[in-house]
Design a protein around this ligand. Sequence first.
Ligand code: HEM
Ligand SMILES: [Cu+2]
Length: 561
Amino acid sequence: MTLQVERPPSSQEPKPHTVPHQRKWTDYFTFCTDHKVIGIQYLVTSFMFSFIGGAMAEVMRTELATPNPDVVQPEFYNQLMTLHGTIMLFLWIIPAGAAFANYLIPLMIGAEDMAFPRLNAVAFWMIPPGGLLLIVSLLIDAPQAGWTSYPPLSLVSGQWGEELWILSILTLGTSSILGGLNFLVTIWKMRMPDMDVYSMPLFCWSMLATALLVLIGTPVLAAALILLSFDLLAGTSFFNPAGGGDPIVYQHMFWFYSHPAVYIMVLPFFGVISEVLPVHARKPIFGYRAIAYSSLAIAFLGLIVWAHHMFTSGTPGWLRMFFMATTMIIAVPTGIKIFGWCATLWGGKINLNTPMLFGIGFISSFLIGGLTGVMVASVPFDIHVHDTYFIVGHFHYVLFGGGILGLYSGVYHWFPKMSGRMYNETLGKIHFALTFIGINLTFLPMHPLGMQGMNRRVALYDPKFQFLNILCTIGAYITAVSVLPFVVNMVWSVFKGKPAGRNPWRALTMEWQTTSPPAIENFDEEPILWAGPYDYGIDTQMLDEDQSVDELLAQASAEVN
Ligand code: HEM
Ligand SMILES: [Cu+2]
């Protein structure tokens, strides 16, 4: 079924180049409006922050290797815990999703740039100062109330650290809203003339759903944080029970954003996986429309389940039943996706290269996180494991499995496109093996720990939990070491990797039709849509030599439909 797909001959003359063909390296440090530069700026910046957030995790895990606070003091542990969570979410995984969206969406839909290129650059340039506010807080007085910043704790645990945290999240949230707006308009308005929504790659569908969530959810978080800021600085009592305020209202507003935020974090990578698997299994994606619609279904359901984070916050029983049921229903569209991915692999000519290994690792880890998610959606079980390590294990499987492994898969898959060179396959496989062993060793033992009652967000614990904690810590060290082959591979290959050519994977989506890396104006010739994004198996070589492009197009589209 596989074939060598080549771009059909074009009748159009190449466009004359009025601007230089490629970017200079210095452009990456400027307010550049090219979506490809911005995509790479997002990607590199987010990885820089991941090293900081990751180092914090390693210090925490070192502290947790023993039951006593002998490495860091409890107060500093709380600060590390808060900053680690915040950095990993708001400065790694969310910007990394935006990185792919920026780089890929215009290329995938045959556009020259995003709808609002300047706004795009503004959105990126809000991230470094947003991150800096957090890092600076370490020098003054870092926040300690966790990434959720629940009042009243956040109102009594250090004013300036908390305020810097709020300012940081407001900055990063604004960046995210501007980005989301841009993705939405770009996907809707900038598609090349013949591309209807059903010939759009699935990554675009997943970004459509993500952008909707960002636009609906993030402003609510911003409102909550502004009110919290008033309580903190101006002595109001929106959430402060001491002055008659209601801290539960904060929880509602916070989770109205933060539950959907889980999907803001993982949906882009669901999209990435839907691109990677068919290419490296040489098969059309199974259930294109089902996967496309399931992104929208996940987005919708994601917006109505927030109070499952509040089962133990005094939520009345009848209301808990509603949130329990709707939460469990999310398993349906998620299951549809997982089923579609597995069916795509089924009987495919699977090439077990690095993007594919991370893709399969993604499916298995996300499955574990999803299953423990259904467990905690059940009210009685959640009451038992609330605020224990079971939760920490669960959400790290979701975020590492559903997020970071998908991110790595995408990084390797599009590395040839972005850099014009191939990465080293052996180093890639070592990276995968260490990461996969590392994260499972770190996060699997957390489930029994939580069931036995080990509290989360604490630096000290009962000595009977030590053995499993040592396993977690060893796993965390292995995960840390796994970053080395990755960084070496990326840096070395950017300069020395062997040239990749336009389309090393013989993929069918539009971004592979142009040079690697793409020229400044993306396509040197007007791109043409001559097959659906996943039409592996349609043999374009059988078309006659003397056919015109129009005939070719007509025939190709007849075969697609
Ligand atoms: C080597 C990898 C990692 C290790 C060893 C690690 C370790 C930890 C530890 C020890 C905690 C504190 C748990 C507690 O005291 O309750 C924690 C919390 C957290 N981690 Fe990670 N983590 C890792 C990767 C990640 C990633 C990739 C993400 C997200 C993309 C993430 C997001 C979070 C969040 C949101 C929290 C909760 C913070 C809070 O409760 O305020 N972590 N992690
Ligand atoms: Cu949730």
